[in-house]
Design a protein around this ligand. Sequence first.
Ligand code: SF4
Ligand code: SF4
Length: 68
Amino acid sequence: MPKIKIDKPKCKGCYLCVVNCPKGLIKISGDMNIKGVKAAFFSRSGKCTGCAMCAVICPECIIEVYDT
Ligand code: SF4
Ligand code: SF4
């Protein structure tokens, strides 16, 4: 099943990935990262399709999509 990995310390908290995941699998963390923003994380609450929309939309290029 496809999964994603977000490099959370580098996330700037723009949430573009959050609003663009068609499955709603990316959420906002309650904790601050090293940049002082609430970073995005992969919630694993449903089925990732591997569409890579999140990776394409991320302006920081910190999301990797991979299959396991
Ligand atoms: S690859 Fe697609 S379905 Fe999976 S988390 Fe990213 S946007 Fe969502
Ligand atoms: S699109 Fe990238 S920088 Fe923006 S919240 Fe998602 S992971 Fe963070």
